[in-house]
Design a protein around this ligand. Sequence first.
Ligand code: ADP
Ligand code: ZN
Ligand code: ZN
Length: 741
Amino acid sequence: MPNLPENSQIIYRVRVAVPVHLYDCFDYKVSEEQYRKAEIGARVAVSFGRQNLIGVIIEKLPEDAPLNPNFQLKNITELLDDQAIIDQKVLSLLTWSAQYYQFPIGEVVQAALPTMLRQGKPYNLLARVWKVIDLAAEDKLKRSIKQQDAYKILKLHPNGTSENILNLSGVETATLKALEKKEIVQFLLEAQNFSPEPVQMAQMPLTANEDQKKAIQHILKAQKKYQAFLLDGLTGSGKTEVYLQVMQEVLKQGKQVLVLVPEIGLTPQTISRFQSRFHCNIALLHSGLNDSKRLQAWQHAQTGKASIILGTRSAIYTPLPNLGLIILDEEHDLSFKQQEGFRYHARDVALYRAHLENCPIILGSATPSIDSYHLVEQGKLTKLELNQRAGVAIMPKIHLIDLKVARKNHGISEQLIEEVKKRLAKKEQVLIFLNRRGYAPVLICESCGWQADCPHCDAHFTLHLKPYHHLHCHHCGTIQRVPDACPSCNQEQSLKPIGMGTAKVEENLNLLFPDHEVLRVDRDSTSRVGSWEKIYHKIQKAEPTILLGTQMLAKGHHFPYVTLVAILDIDSGLLSVDFRAPERTAQLIVQVAGRAGRGEHKGDVYLQTLVPDHPLLNTLIHKDYRAFAKQSLKDRQLAMLPPSRYAILLRAESRNQDENLSFLQQMNEQLREAAGDLIDIWGPIPAPMERKAGRYQAHVVLLSTDRAKMHFYVRTWWQNLLHQKASNMKITIDVDPQELS
Ligand code: ADP
Ligand code: ZN
Ligand code: ZN
């Protein structure tokens, strides 16, 4: 062993992914005993510089691996796990992700761990599982509806249900404690030795229609091997039923199913839909859980005790010993892409994971992304279409209202008001959509034209009247009071709000329809816990109501009594410069429209616009989303934009825009020299919103048809950049960017 100094002992070493913003892993010394015990994928406590950090072993160095004699290796502080907590497949997935997204491996590995494990807390944690002990207690619960409901749910699962799941089904811990006092239920502290009940069907599957049958059979043929499917079917066409029937077969074989949904798609309804079909242990992984519950759910997934893992974006990195199927619902949703730090796209990571795990994956959507249609064209995704609405419902019809000629009352066209009146008279519900919260998007001085703008951003303040009058910047969070007089011309009472946010529309609707309740759903009106649930409860009753809201209303929910959907203003999306804006707008229109007529009543959609001749709107209305998507893909191919070429976006951010631009310019030259024509370089240019929170942003877009080669060049070039930039400049890299801002 030539590398070892003479008569020295063997130095045992492990390579550790340490959570620091550096692109390397670091080697640490371990004792012989630790070396024997240490597994790849286990956590270690280490000291790094002056910090104590928790890292993950990603390699055990061979005993004779060369040693740098000039470098003083440190010992690890402690081996925290006596076995791997991240399995080899997920480690490969993480390593691949770090490479692909050009992000430090140590920080990427952290993304896969629940907070408590990141903090170095012990792996073995006890959690409560509640179980019924009195099976005939109905009579004792007459006085409390809450307890009756809880009891019903608990009885469905004779082997016990984790508190986590119960809480999410609306059962409060206090209710469980009350039942415990009456000696109706008890809890077990569950750790490693808890064994979940076998998966049981709790409900018969529906009889699949022809399209569903074809899709199910096609997917099931691919069991036990990698194949990626795009399930393309309108809202209500029965996609979820397809998922459930495919899941049933996979679960029957004792395998796990990972279901990923968008951030706001994980509603109590989604959960109960899975729960009422299958009696099995479901692990929920989303950001709303507290740390110990999240750890508990993660452990159920990671030990194979959970059969269904239902989660948002980051759940894609959960270790699953028996993974048999991945489902990613609403695959077009932007929340699958992390927009800061480690900017991964859960959809692309999921495709790679299915490939590693050798299992099928289903991407489902009513409005598939243009990216996915491109993959279908390339033969990388198999498209399965559902063309009927599955239940009794029929597709809503879209009508345009030309705002240039329409007569208006309180900002809403007379025609729309008439239609709303008709529905309410028939005791039906209407949904009014406006993707702008607050009272007014602009506050202007009528006397001199001054506008209330955020001092830190290139943006207007939004005027809010509640809970008190204030100006709020939705980009950086700055809050200011509303001036009494115009700060520019000192004129009093000259400041006037322009345009409408949801709060203003609410006020107007209350004036127009004084006899009907207006339920507003946006981030401001639902910030209190439980308020959205309360509203939701009301909507489920067959009473004539006006539902008003933002994006929060657009997705996933089922509103059986809504027969009219009104989209008040979507023009900014139609007129935006971002080449993906038309796609997003079309998706939003179709998703919002999909809320109408899901019950037995035919639905109508009214769309107010100043640009009724816009080609996108017309393709959508006279043809459909698929025709629009096909045209968009063609347009992008002609313009050589993604997905026909691969993109990487580089952002520079500092207090000085000239420095940003000249740094990026210099960097471009280096890249051009290395890569020649292989990479098309656009920029540097100022970002669409040039100044945000007091910092200027500029960017460069790199485009190439050869992804592998572009990534190869960028990898070396990018890390070089980090060494050359000034310390007060922040640069970030965004591989396959979804937004150019
Ligand atoms: P999606 O997920 O595409 O929005 P769902 O699976 O939620 O569609 O189906 C919409 C409605 O139609 C649901 O109420 C569902 O129970 C019902 N449904 C789905 N498939 C069938 C079927 N084969 N027969 C009868 N009803 C169905
Ligand atoms: Zn003024
Ligand atoms: Zn601001």
